[in-house]
Design a protein around this ligand. Structure first.
Ligand code: GAP
Length: 436
């Protein structure tokens, strides 16, 4: 069941702004609709998320290579991919749950999912255009890519040959994409500039169904492995009339966002649509030759395509916790350690004791060589802990008067709030081991 929690969205919005996760783009000029900036803590979370994905796939598997293709591409790419014609639709959006519907799928003037009000119907190509060079005519037209996938398809043979790959293998890429979205709101859920994490996994036709199901499971488990609650996720297979123009099949991994269940990631079976189209328009044969069986064929493609910004919203929402501790409300972000923006904070108990401050600063300097760590002495210890809990810092190290004589400090763990006294000299290694 879709459970909406508008108050949760307000809390996440407030946390993001107050604590430097996400700001509205160009805010001092009144902002730019559906475009967001990541603040000092947001940028760390985003880097950690992309790093976790990259480690899982570009490093963690033998059958995947990484790529970083340019955002700007020859406009022919978008003719071949179908985006010049197929990315155009008559659409309406639900102002409440943010779901988008083709106008022919809606009867009446309300959202078929939640009964919310709908936007006006619009004929729409969602690609953003620009012009390259000094003349603004049709010859200089270029698009800002609406998906990173096409950069992978046009490099299929480059990667295949340069890395001496054999089918099955995949290419992973993270990067910015742009869409002129109609709907606004939902924080980063649907932005006009956003980042994707995409894999195009090339397989032999006939083995595609098996790989498709494997990837749905793999990507579902990836989110769970990084701490998203299983009950906040579900898989939803697309009906035939919902499928994108290129897809043979598609399953969405949906997250129960504060505004209801919505797509977090899509895993599509793209068949040979893209390679066939690029072969046709470029005149280059993009077939694969199997040395062993002497077969020549266009591989099919399984595509797990996730959004960085949507994931961040999901991870923040899932981790946000309010609980009562000793009669007081504690807000903490119980986010996976590997994603936490700040890994450790060093807090001196007395900021007017130069020896304590100096020791705390030297521990911070040691930690900073290995991780994002910070020093804070701008409030009482209780308040300092609360500040770190709220942004998800897994470990706080407190330096007190005793530290000067026993050369020990107190490490406090965010979720259990358990405290342990450890030697100053081993503090860095201790935190590094805890973060593993
Ligand atoms: N290459 C396939 C593709 O782009 P998609 O379902 O349109 O498929 C994949 O997008 C993922 O990219 C989505 O599941 C979502 O996480 C993210 N995404 C798409 N449009 C977005 C937007 N406007 N703002 C934020 N994330 C978006």
């Amino acid at each position: 069941m879709t459970q909406k929690q508008p108050e949760m969205m307000e809390k996440i919005l407030s946390l993001c702004k107050r604590r430097g996760f996400i700001f509205q783009s160009s805010e001092i000029y009144g902002g730019l609709s559906s475009v967001w900036d990541y603040g000092p803590l947001g940028v760390e979370l985003k880097r950690n998320l992309k790093e976790a994905w990259w480690r899982s796939y570009a490093y963690g598997r033998d059958d995947i290579d990484g790529l970083d293709a340019a955002i700007l591409m020859n406009p022919q790419v978008w003719m071949a991919s179908g985006h010049v014609t197929g990315f155009e639709d008559t659409l309406v959006d639900c102002k409440s749950c943010k779901k988008r519907f083709k106008v022919e799928h809606v009867t009446g003037k309300v959202c078929p999912e939640c009964g919310g009000a709908l936007t006006e119907a619009r004929q729409f190509n969602m690609m953003l255009k620009t012009h390259l060079g000094p003349v603004e005519d049709t010859g200089s037209l270029a698009y800002l890519r609406p998906e990173t996938a096409q950069g992978i398809f046009v490099n299929f043979h480059n990667v295949l040959n340069s890395m001496r790959r054999k089918i099955p293998f995949g290419i992973a890429q993270t990067g910015k994409s742009f869409r002129n979205e109609v709907t606004t709101g939902g924080l980063t859920f649907r932005s006009r500039e956003f980042e994707q994490m995409e894999i195009e996994f090339f397989v032999k036709p006939g083995t595609d169904e098996e790989w498709y199901h494997k990837w749905v499971e793999e990507r579902f488990n990836w989110y769970v492995g990084l701490g998203i609650k299983k009950e906040s996720l579900r898989k939803r297979e697309h009906a035939k009339d919902e499928l994108a123009h290129y897809a043979k099949g598609c399953t969405d991994i949906e997250y129960n966002f504060p505004f209801g269940w919505s797509e977090l990631e899509g895993i599509a079976n793209r068949g040979d649509f893209d390679l066939k189209q690029h072969s046709r328009l470029s005149g280059k044969d993009l077939q694969y030759f199997d040395e062993e069986t002497k077969e020549r064929y266009l591989p099919y493609v399984i595509e797990p395509s996730g959004g960085v910004d949507r994931s961040i919203l999901a991870f923040l929402t899932d981790a946000y916790t309010e609980e009562e501790v000793k009669g007081e409300k504690r807000v903490s972000l119980k986010i996976h350690k590997s994603l936490a923006p700040v890994k450790a904070a060093v807090l001196p108990l007395l900021r007017n004791r130069p020896e304590i401050v100096s020791l705390a600063r030297s521990i911070t300097a040691q930690l900073k060589k290995e991780m994002k760590a910070m020093y804070d002495d701008t409030a009482s210890i209780g308040r300092l802990y609360r500040r770190q809990d709220e942004v998800g810092t897994p470990y706080c190290i407190t330096v007190d008067v005793d530290s000067l004589s026993d050369h020990k400090v107190t490490v406090r763990e965010r979720d259990s709030m358990k405290q342990e006294r450890i030697a100053v000299d081993s503090a860095k290694q201790y935190i590094m081991d805890c973060l593993k």
